[in-house]
Design a protein around this ligand. Structure first.
Ligand code: GDP
Length: 423
């Protein structure tokens, strides 16, 4: 059985924990989009691991992790992540890590351009500044540098020369910044190529052969549906397809081979960076939930904005991603609340929108229509079965299920691997 896990909100839903649990029973885990702008946090015993590029399944012995062609790789960040895990006692070899030769490479000029562009914008998009957007832009503009190019110094030389001719002119004339040195970058990236070469292969072939030989593959989404370049709250989005469609183009595995799609949602909503957020808390709850849920970005440490669960948003995600099962994460964060609200529509200029609107003004100015439910005021972290949850918590989950029109399969009530209820 091949499973895809996607985020159904604005990312940070807790996919890392679910993927960590599921990957124990899967043979292969593959990342399909994004770059080191993503961050999954996994807690094992008293140790915390934060992943930016490597699939978190690397923590499990005997499992294969793949970085698919849809991912953009900053080699410096990837090598640092590999070295860090090695230092912590994990074995990383060509047997358990495979990187697509088709991945596009984040170059130093991408990182700088990311920061310079954001600094010039009046309407900031909240980029993580890792160079991911400019790298994807070069991919589409057909001037990108790919992982295979790092293994071929002659090809790399030509491509880097062309890029620097254009980019140095832009940096000088538009941003009044000094030139990038060809020699320094060329040497640095040839060295990265040598280090990463053992892991590089045609991962599309590898994955399809694995599936043909009845191995199970887990597709690991990064970010979330509303950060998707096509379906997110554009332009406050990431530069790749974080919806499940990206799993196919980002790995070379056909949609017919994905058997199940699971969406992770928080029991409330968060978003990091700029952009519309209809159910954002306007009161002291903002700080309370941020503190309880430890809502700070795993990549940038930025405080996340917090709000009520938005069923309009999640229902749209369920449609776009063809979700089969929901995983509701971080229910425990709501344990102390007297009452909870669920957004069931957006009111704008006398009209109630039941479907997620495309129009920015509606999103920004709409008044959420809420249903209110009583809280459970009981600790849930020790509960291991749905029946043992307080009845108000069960009612809350059942209501989320009804509104999303998809069954809830997992409820997470803490950071630890064991703190999960399977329905
Ligand atoms: P991802 O990008 O979707 O993997 O999400 P992150 O890893 O950025 O954020 C999830 C954070 O929530 C991590 O720090 C997890 O350890 C934590 N987490 C995951 N599930 C739960 C849960 O059920 N309860 C609590 N309190 N924390 C959780």
């Amino acid at each position: 059985m091949n499973i895809a896990v996607v985020g159904a909100q604005w990312g940070d839903e807790g996919k890392g924990k679910l993927i960590d649990i599921l990957s124990e029973n899967m043979d292969v885990t593959v990342r399909y989009q994004g770059g080191n702008n993503a961050g999954h946090t996994v807690v094992v015993g008293d140790k915390e691991y934060v992943f930016h590029l490597l699939p978190s399944a690397i923590l499990h012995k005997g499992k294969v992790c793949v970085i698919g062609n849809g991912v953009v790789v900053d080699p410096q960040a990837l090598i640092a992540e590999i070295d860090d895990l090695k230092k912590r006692g994990f074995k990383i070899t060509s047997a358990n890590l495979k990187i697509s030769g088709r991945c596009h490479i984040v170059m130093p000029y991408h990182r700088i351009l990311d920061a310079l562009r954001e600094s010039k914008r009046k309407n900031k998009i909240g980029t993580t500044g890792r160079g991911i957007g400019p790298c994807y832009a070069d991919k589409v503009a057909r001037c990108g540098i790919r992982m295979v190019d790092l293994l071929n110094p002659r090809l790399l030389k030509g491509k880097l020369e062309d890029n620097l001719t254009e980019k140095n002119e832009i940096f000088q004339k538009v941003y009044n910044r000094k030139d990038f040195s060809f020699g320094d970058i060329y040497k640095e990236y040839c060295d990265y190529g040598k280090k990463l070469e053992p892991f590089v292969c045609d991962t599309a072939l590898y994955l399809n052969e694995a599936i043909d030989s009845k191995k199970s593959v887990l597709f690991e989404g990064a970010q979330g549906t509303f950060l998707d370049i096509d379906f997110g709250t554009y332009p406050f989005v990431t530069s790749s397809n974080s919806i499940v469609g990206g799993a196919c183009s980002g790995t070379g595995v056909a949609p017919t081979k994905i058997d199940k799609i699971i969406a992770c949602v928080k029991a409330y909503t968060t978003r990091v960076g700029e952009g519309p957020f209809p159910t954002e808390f306007q009161t002291g709850l903002k700080e309370e939930i941020r503190a309880k849920g430890n809502e700070y970005g795993a990549t940038t440490g930025r405080p996340r904005r917090c709000g009520w669960f938005d069923s309009v948003l999640v229902r749209y995600s369920v449609i776009i991603n063809g979700i089969n099962e929901l995983a509701i994460m971080k229910l425990d964060v709501l344990d102390d609340l007297d009452e909870l609200k669920i957004c069931v529509g957006y009111k704008y200029k006398g009209k109630t929108h039941k479907d997620f609107p495309m129009d920015f003004d509606v999103l920004n100015e709409a008044e959420p229509v809420y249903e209110t439910m009583p809280g459970w005021k009981t600790k849930t972290c020790g509960v291991r079965s749905f029946a043992k949850l307080p009845k108000e918590a069960r009612r809350y989950i059942k209501r989320l299920e009804e509104l999303s029109k998809v069954k809830v399969k997992y409820v997470s009530i803490g950071t630890k691997r064991s703190e999960i209820i399977v329905l």
